[in-house]
Design a protein around this ligand. Structure first.
Ligand SMILES: *Cc1c(COP(=O)(O)O)cnc(C)c1O
Length: 397
């Protein structure tokens, strides 16, 4: 058997190093558990970055993909298929989108953002307002809306006309949005910034400001959508209806798919035949996967389950934890003086996969199907993980 360290050596000789050195070489996953090539098991509290909504190897997803692969994997957008139509209808239905709404299928979150940027250009305006801390993707268009300087600056000049305002600051937003604004892009909860939530009042103020000036309100639900927060979409409790919404991550349960949802006939009509496209987007394989994910969330009552099991993470009274943020199963644990990288390493050692989302916080985005028992297993282990991370930090400092 090839060992993990041998494979990591080959990785270093074969891959562009944009991801740095991977932590592990994983061989397989079942439910909420993954196994590395050396045979060590881990509870997966990251889900491939909020992607594996149904965990690994869920029979509904495996069967849907296998069955669809036998009939047709890809057909191009010169043609269409029942899974694509049915998935678009299901997304519109759970979005509460009005009649005349529409879906454009892409292959990733970045591509969904790109489609939304092009949609916003069809207002005839080019200024876009985004938030400090935002993450909308890595292409040269989506990157222009992504706030982190380290991601952006090596690639400038990017798409011009983007201004960043601080989150949850209604005054700053009102000052930034005017008659030249094409769109405001918001993540209801900023995942990559460390799970930072926009208040319902702020979302409503953004709806009001964009409506007042004829700009589009685009909600990026790529990480927050598809049940992750215990609602189908994180913005829904605010009552806000956006003009457009982007989806990806959890939608295919691990099969690559992204989507732009346009709300109402006016916005939907803004992209006409020939104005956008994709070769792979909307292929029947990815759409069958998406349908299996949405069906399973509904059939198994996973929205209620996410709220219930996620409540275990509401308040953590643990030495070394300064506080928690987020909703449902999109959470950050803010650490009290322990570097998140040390916690991630100690957790891995103890058999748990977590993510150091900021230098001072770890992110927990387990599969939506995680059981209370599995999550409690992590919480029981957390004090020892934090103690060991603190000791490791002290040993190196
Ligand atoms: C992951 C993510 C993206 C980018 O998605 P990719 O599939 O990696 O291109 C965009 N926006 C948000 C909020 C994300 O979490």
């Amino acid at each position: 058997m090839t060992t993990g360290s041998e494979l990591l050596g080959r990785y270093a000789g074969a891959m562009v190093q944009v991801f740095g050195a991977p932590q592990l070489v994983l061989a397989e996953g079942h439910g909420c558990w993954v196994t590395d090539v050396d045979g060590k098991r881990y509870l997966d509290l990251l889900s491939g970055i909020a992607v594996n909504a149904l965990g690994h190897g869920h029979p509904a997803l495996v069967q849907a993909v296998a069955k669809q692969a036998e009939s047709a994997i890809h057909i191009s957008n010169f043609f269409t298929s029942e899974p694509a139509i049915a998935l678009a209808e299901r997304i519109l239905s759970v979005s509460g989108a009005p009649a005349g709404s529409g879906v454009f299928f892409a292959n990733s979150g970045t591509e969904a953002t790109e489609a939304a940027v092009k949609l916003s250009r069809r207002t005839g305006r080019s200024r876009i307002v985004a938030l400090e801390g935002s993450f909308h993707g890595r292409s040269t268009g989506a990157l222009a809306l992504t706030h982190k300087a380290a991601y952006r600056e090596p690639f400038e000049p990017l798409l011009p006309g983007v201004v960043f305002v601080p989150p949850n600051d209604v005054e700053a937003l009102d000052a930034a949005v005017d008659g030249s604004t094409a769109a405001v892009f918001l993540e209801p909860i900023q995942g990559e910034a460390g799970v930072r939530e926009l208040s319902p009042d702020y979302l409503r103020a953004a709806r009001a400001a964009t409506s007042r000036h004829g700009a589009l309100l685009v909600l990026d639900e790529i990480q927050t959508g598809i049940g992750r927060t215990g609602d189908w979409f994180a913005h829904q409790p605010s009552g806000v209806v956006p003009d457009a919404m982007t989806l990806a991550k959890g939608l295919g349960g691990g099969v690559p798919i992204g989507a732009l949802v346009t709300f109402g006939p006016e916005v939907t009509g803004m992209l006409a035949a020939g104005q956008h496209g994709t070769t792979f987007g909307g292929n029947p394989l990815a759409c069958a996967a998406g349908l299996a994910v949405l069906d399973t969330i509904e059939r198994d009552g996973l929205l209620a389950h996410v709220r219930e099991v996620g409540a275990l993470l509401d308040d953590l009274d643990v030495e070394g934890v300064a506080g928690t943020r987020g909703r449902g199963l999109l959470r950050a644990v803010e650490l009290d003086g322990i570097p998140s990288a040390a916690v991630m390493a100690a957790a891995r050692e103890a058999g748990f996969i977590v993510n150091a989302v900021t230098p001072t916080a770890i992110r927990l985005v387990p599969p939506l199907v995680i059981s209370e028992r599995e999550l409690r297993g992590f919480l029981d282990a957390l004090p020892a993980i934090l103690a060991s991370a603190r000791a490791a930090g002290e040993a190196t400092s």
